[in-house]
Design a binder for this molecule. Structure first.
Ligand code: ADP
Length: 267
């Protein structure tokens, strides 16, 4: 009211007042578009040199293991392993960026099919266990098999991301639990990934699934990330008719859940 006094000198103290604010968002939209286009181009251009880098590291490792050339010293082996691992992490990040661009352009493809989600979870847990020496992944299930209709590659991508986060955000802890169960409806598959790590501060709960958003405590702990993984997970789950949510206590840990319908709306 005080700010408007000079514009409306006749405005009385107790006169009812409504303020309507109109903002031109076309500049913001254009900035978003330019950002998305930049991401698409950068991700695309990074893919080839990265594949070459990781290809050379693999060739060196494989050829020396086959006895071609002089044997590698331990430190040389470690350095090559390091190059290999970092390039595959980077390749995953680039794949996420490209998925996001496709998502925004409405070009992300899903190939739903009937598959056993329990077997898929078992396979992902086994594979992820091989990537960590610090954490033990504990798997619980209440059914031997559960056939659902979804895109198995996308479900694997979502689960990989959830488990990788659980490991990453629980430094110093030893275990992560993964549960796959038939939901109460006896229709949906419910997957939960629980960690005992840093948790998410309550004032940031609402932003966890937004693009580029990262928890303050994640930064404070110096844990790297882009803030893209959960955004992509949410889109991938919801487009397949599922839901994603979490519970978390800062300093105690988090549990991320996804529920997937038995029948895909995309089929
Ligand atoms: P990134 O891990 O690359 O930062 P994500 O989109 O996967 O991006 O996660 C967004 C943010 O949510 C993270 O930066 C982190 O602050 C928080 N977060 C995600 N998973 C966990 C978890 N298991 N424990 C604690 N914080 C988490």
């Amino acid at each position: 009211r005080e700010n408007l006094q000079h514009l409306l000198p006749d405005l009385k103290e107790d006169e009812p007042l409504a303020v309507i604010s109109i903002q031109d968002v076309s500049i913001l939209k254009e900035a978003d578009r330019v950002k998305d286009e930049f991401i698409a181009i950068a991700a695309h251009e990074l893919r080839t040199p990265l594949a070459i880098l990781s290809g050379f590291a693999q060739t060196l490792l494989v050829q020396t293991a086959r006895g071609h050339g002089p044997p590698l010293e331990d430190w040389q082996h470690e350095a090559l392993d390091g190059i290999e691992q970092s390039s595959s992490r980077m390749a995953e990040l680039i794949a996420d960026l490209l998925d996001i661009t496709r998502l925004q352009a409405g070009q992300l493809k899903f190939r739903p099919e009937a598959f056993d989600v329990v077997a898929l979870v078992e396979r992902v847990v086994k594979r992820m266990q091989m990537t960590t020496t610090t954490h033990q992944l504990q798997l619980q299930k209440n059914a031997e098999s559960m056939v659902i209709d979804a895109d198995p590659r996308r479900v694997e991508q979502i689960l990989t991301n959830m488990i990788a986060n659980a490991i990453k955000y629980s430094p110093g802890q030893k275990s992560v639990s993964i549960r796959v169960t038939k939901d109460e409806s006896d229709y949906d598959a419910l997957i939960a990934v629980q960690d005992y790590g840093i948790g998410i501060p309550e004032n940031q709960w609402s932003r966890v699934f937004s693009r580029f958003e990262r928890g303050d405590n994640a930064r404070a702990y110096g844990i790297g990330g882009t803030g893209l993984g959960l955004y992509l997970c949410q889109e991938l789950v919801e487009r397949q008719g599922g839901r994603i949510w979490f519970t978390s206590t800062e300093g105690k840990g988090s549990t991320f859940y996804i529920s997937l319908p038995g029948k895909s709306p995309l089929s």
